[in-house]
Structure formats: structure tokens, C-alpha cells
Design a protein around this ligand. Structure first.
Ligand code: SF4
Length: 390
């Protein structure tokens, strides 16, 4: 019997062939087709019932006082959700006029990764990060590298309830200094990550997220207080690109980035460059001008290599020359720390002092080879290097 996972895999593989317009699994037609009956596990229905029954009340929503309808304002989609229905991220459900989170306490993927893999290059280089994610996402990026989590439903992965204190205990037992909320979009489990991060802080741990930046202002303000570092994927400087490739909008992402840069939370930006879609000189120049104009020269920017994935198997990997061009443009445009990402051993992986131009952090893949930053300063010329180094 074909499982739901097999079916999703086939869909993803077929999408570019059926015209490249993309099949969004949140489209009502596909949602109907992907009923729980085809999950392939006899007890999946029971698990979904248990999830709904035990799901805690969500934050960031309001009642619309008509037919038990509510409005979620966790992210910029601001979904209006009728009784027994879910928002676009599939993780928040209206139960009798109350919005509940189906992913609180339900991490489905946990690994210890190098922090460079997130990537953070200016936040505790060389540290290990206890990384966890759940299911669901407000976006439907056609090139998603983690689509099996981001485009799944909370009931697709049966996991037991794990309270925040248990996560923190597990991190402490592994002697890992950082927690990273990642893999799917952590905004969908904001309540959970904030509770973990607050508890973690009491034990001297740092917390980070890897996000699309689509959350609204109020939840982001809470995140900035609880978290130590945020990496935002700025997918392209174009509303059209966001609409057609991610089924989302650019404007809220820019607003979030500005909000984070005004806070005390460390910020890094990744721009995944996808051949033919967001690799034009014009789009790169606009993105670079916006970053240097709005955020200044010191926010690290990673131009990352695309590899064919999910519904974009029809495009080639990004040529390394494109990433080098973007990095050169960024440096000429006034950005001090611009990187070539997803190309191991490339000289564009290293950090160079903006003053004396010497290599202050040398990397090989995700690992450090040489560290010439002492007390946040270049060991050669004593210039301050932006970031969190200890
Ligand atoms: S978090 Fe989910 S339910 Fe809430 S507005 Fe965003 S997509 Fe909709």
C-alpha cells in the first residue's frame, strides 16, 4: 500500500513536469485528496484526535464573535479560521472558538549540528547547536530543502509530548551551549520556543532561530527578548518572486528584519540564489542596497547555493560564479561580511577583517580551521569584528 509520505514524494517529483506552476498542498483540492485515510497507519486518526484534544491554547489570536470564527495574528497571513478549521500553516486549529497549537511540545526532528550549518558565522563560531523543528510552515517555497517537515501536517509524525523543561534538560546533558529552532519554520511553534528559550536562559544557554521572517510585530518582539540570535532567509528582493515561488509576501519580511536589527538580538541574513529566478544583477543590487541602506554594513549576508529540491528539480544548482558575483557586489556595495554559502572550502566561506583584510576566521565546510578574533577584535589590527564571539 502506498503511504502518504510516498504519495507526497511522487507529487513533489511530478510538480515541475506538470507545468512548473507548482502544486501547493494547502490548496483545497489537494487537502481533500490527502485525507487521513491515506496516511497508511491505522492509528493515525487516533493520534490526530489526541493531538487536538491535548493541544494547548495558542497565543496571538482574537475572536471575531461570529460563528466561533477566530483570527490568528502570529504571522502576516492573519488567517481567519472557522470552527474545526486550520490556518494556512496547518498547525493552528480552531476548536469551539479557541485557537490551539498542534505543535506545542511536539518536536519531530532533533539533531546536534555545528552552528555554522544554520548558518551563523558571527555567533559563537565552532559551537554545537541542539537543533529542533516540528512540522508546518506559513510558506510553500517550491525549492524547500526541508519540505518533508515544512509541508507536512502535525499528525504526519507521531511523537510524544515533550515539555520545554525536558528539552532544556536534554541540552544540558549533552553539554551543548546553544539551542537552534530550525528545520521547519519556527514561527509556527512560537509559544513552545519562547517557553524553551526562557527556561534555557536561566541555565546559561543561548537560543537562536532560523526563520523566514514572516511573523507579526508583537510575536517578534517577544522572540527578540527571549532569543540571542536570529537568521532570516531573505529569499529575493521582489514581491513577485515571493508570491510566485513562496506563496507569500516580501514586505512583512523586510519589516521583521528592520525590527530585529533595532533590537539587541544578533542578526544574519541568507539569500538563496536560484538560477533564473532571483539571480539578476538588478535584483541582487536592490537587495544589497536595501541591506546596506537600512541595516548598515555589519550584518553578515550569506549568498547560498541552490540545489534542486522539492518542486524545483528542473533547475540546475547555482553556478559558483553567480555566488561570487553576488558577494563581490555586496562588498562593493558597502557590506563588510559577505559570504559564499553551500560551497565547502570556497575562500568566500572565510571571514576577513574589513580593516586590514586579513583572514580572521578560516573555515572548512562547517568547521573552524583558524580563529583570529580575540575579545571581538581582529588579532592583527585590533579592529572590532561584528558579532557575538564568547
Ligand atoms: S501562523 Fe498559521 S494560522 Fe497563524 S496567521 Fe500564520 S499561517 Fe495563519
Amino acid at each position: 500500500m502506498i503511504t502518504r509520505r510516498d504519495f507526497l514524494t511522487v507529487l513533489a517529483r511530478l510538480a515541475p513536469i506538470v507545468g512548473g506552476s507548482g502544486i501547493f498542498l494547502s490548496d483545497p483540492f489537494w487537502q481533500r485528496f490527502l485525507s487521513r485515510d491515506d496516511y497508511g497507519l491505522a492509528h493515525a486518526g487516533n493520534y490526530a484526535d489526541e493531538l487536538i484534544r491535548t493541544a494547548p491554547r495558542a497565543r496571538y489570536w482574537r475572536s471575531l464573535h461570529k460563528d466561533s470564527t477566530v483570527q490568528c495574528f502570529l504571522c502576516a497571513h492573519s488567517c481567519v479560521i472557522k470552527g474545526n478549521e486550520r490556518g494556512r500553516c496547518r498547525t493552528r486549529i480552531n476548536v469551539n472558538g479557541e485557537l490551539r497549537s498542534l505543535v506545542y511540545g511536539r518536536p519531530v526532528s532533533i539533531h546536534v549540528d555545528p552552528i555554522e550549518k544554520k548558518p551563523f558565522y558571527h555567533f559563537l563560531p565552532g559551537a554545537e547547536a541542539y537543533s529542533l523543528g516540528s512540522s508546518g510552515c506559513p510558506f510553500q517555497c517550491k525549492f524547500c530543502q526541508n519540505w518533508e517537515l515544512s509541508q507536512s501536517w502535525p499528525e504526519d509524525y507521531q511523537v510524544s509530548y515533550t515539555p520545554p523543561a525536558n528539552i532544556v534538560r536534554s541540552v544540558l546533558s549533552k553539554k551543548v551551549p546553544v539551542i537552534s529552532f530550525t528545520y521547519n519554520e519556527p514561527t509556527v511553534f512560537t509559544e513552545y520556543l519562547i517557553d524553551i528559550a526562557r527556561d534555557a536562559k536561566k541555565h546559561g544557554l543561548r537560543s537562536t532561530i532560523i526563520s523566514c521572517g514572516f511573523m507579526n510585530e508583537a510575536p517578534l518582539a517577544e522572540m527578540c527578548k527571549a532569543l540571542d540570535a536570529i537568521k532570516i532567509d531573505l529569499k529575493g528582493y521582489s514581491e513577485r518572486f515571493y508570491r510566485t515561488v513562496s506563496n507569500a509576501e516580501l514586505r512583512p519580511v523586510l519589516r521583521s528584519i528592520k525590527q530585529i536589527s533595532r533590537s539587541r538580538t544578533h542578526l544574519e541574513i541568507v539569500n538563496l540564489i536560484v538560477p533564473t529566478l532571483n539571480d539578476s544583477d538588478r535584483m541582487l543590487k536592490e537587495l544589497i542596497n536595501w541591506i546596506s541602506g537600512e541595516l548598515g554594513p555589519d550584518v553578515p549576508v550569506h549568498f547560498s547555493r541552490f540545489h534542486p529540491s522539492y518542486q524545483m528539480l528542473n533547475l540546475p544548482p547555482t553556478p559558483v560564479s553567480t555566488l561570487e558575483r553576488a558577494r563581490d557586489m555586496a562588498i562593493s556595495g558597502g557590506i563588510n561580511y559577505a559570504y559564499v554559502g553551500n560551497v565547502p572550502s570556497h575562500p568566500g566561506n572565510h571571514t576577513y577583517c574589513p580593516g586590514c583584510k586579513k583572514t580572521v576566521v578560516r573555515r572548512h565546510g562547517y568547521f573552524l580551521q583558524e580563529m583570529n578574533v580575540k575579545g571581538g577584535r581582529c588579532s592583527f589590527c585590533n579592529r572590532k569584528i561584528a558579532g557575538v564571539w564568547a
